[in-house]
Write a protein that binds this ligand. Structure first.
Ligand code: UT7
Length: 332
């Protein structure tokens, strides 16, 4: 019997041109560069221009990716877009991207697992490929977080940014575990929903004058509990996936954590005994791009030539929901 494994054969990223610095934010809310850098590690983030959306950024990343991996859009069986900021509630941004890139045969859907969207999408796509059902899947994490940020709320607006990352997943006829996706893990804890959410615009509080006046269509976060749960969750899931696959921290070439806060990344890396050169960070330049943090980090590794065939990559994330995910991959 044939066993299929899921190879990740390429990764790209796209960011809007406009850079929003901490100094710019000082003029908008009661904050300062020193607080933002010392409490989060973020120095700049990108902000979408009018007309730049989750689907335009995602489609641009997808087009770049198809060129990088030299594949025809007609070959794509499916498109999964991880996002909390779709162009609109219906249709999915994945369908809009399909049309923009001419992937006529692909089924498409959006997936909302917040900051774990990319990892949950990878896990889902991996099952489709490993069972032999589909052979080519485009997985995109794309966000225009600025569309749900309250630029009068200093506790949230300094944290997030816009951007998109894409990876091409391809079935390979070799024994599973040789290379490609080795394993994935997904967890959720809905009791954490109250700490990170957007209250308005859904079926609980449909958009109205009242919801807009109360600024309910913006993201709200109680940072402390999320911080603690993120450090605990990401450390635990990383240890679990390593143990389950008989690996240790020294087997990892690159640890790609979700980019929410440098202090969270540092705390996890310390607990996992990882060396600084193993830990990938783009948060300082792009802020927290939610579902796009991990694929944009992968793209950076590919673009600067560090992510060569055979390298072991461990990804871990934590986000609203709560959601927690991890993936272990042998690249190429
Ligand atoms: O990606 C999804 C998952 N999200 C996360 O993982 C985020 C997790 N949480 C965090 O990263 C951190 O909790 C934050 C960065 C959001 C906040 O950092 P913190 O060290 O937990 O600060 P805090 O919320 O305890 O606030 C400390 C102080 C407060 O003032 P008082 O009450 O001590 O007077 C805040 O009002 O810092 C104040 N503060 C600010 N000051 C200047 C909050 N935001 C700002 C700001 N500028 N932007």
């Amino acid at each position: 019997m044939q066993t299929w494994s899921t190879r990740i054969i390429g990764a790209t990223s796209v960011f809007p041109e406009r850079i929003l610095t901490n100094a710019d934010l000082e003029k908008m809310v009661d904050t300062n560069d020193s607080w933002i850098v010392s409490r989060t590690g973020i120095r700049t983030r990108r902000i979408a221009a009018p007309g730049e959306t989750t689907s335009t950024l995602g489609a641009e990343a997808a087009k770049k990716l198809l060129q990088q991996v030299n594949r025809d859009p007609q070959q794509i069986d499916g498109i999964i877009v991880a996002t909390v900021t779709p162009d609109m509630p219906v249709p999915s941004s994945a369908c809009i991207i399909q049309d923009k890139i001419g992937a006529k045969k692909a089924w498409c859907y959006d997936l909302n697992a917040a900051c774990c969207g990319f990892l949950f999408g990878l896990s889902t796509a991996d099952q489709f490929i490993k069972t032999g059902k589909y052979k080519n899947i485009l997985l995109i994490g794309s966000e225009v977080m600025s569309s749900i940020l309250d630029f009068e709320d200093r506790t949230t607006c300094v944290l997030f940014g816009d951007g998109a990352g894409a990876v091409y997943l391809e079935a390979d006829e070799i024994e599973s575990g040789q290379h490609g996706v080795i394993d994935t893990l997904m967890y959720s804890d809905g009791s954490g929903a109250e700490y990170l959410y957007v209250p308005g615009g859904g079926s609980r509080h449909p958009a109205s004058h009242d919801t807009v006046e109360k600024r309910m269509h913006y993201v709200r976060q109680e940072g402390g509990p999320v911080f603690k749960a993120a450090v605990h969750g990401m450390t635990k899931i990383t240890e679990e996936i390593l143990q389950k696959n008989s690996m240790s921290n020294s087997d990892i070439d690159f640890f790609v954590p979700h980019q929410a806060n440098l202090r969270i990344i540092d705390a996890c890396s310390k607990r996992l005994n990882l060396e600084p050169q193993q830990v990938i960070i783009n948060l300082d330049r792009y802020g927290n791009t939610t579902a796009a943090t991990i694929p944009t980090c992968l793209a950076e590794l590919v673009e600067d030539g560090r992510l060569s065939k055979g390298k072991i990559v461990l990804m871990a994330g934590f986000g609203a929901g709560f959601t927690c995910g991890a993936a272990l991959v042998r690249w190429g």
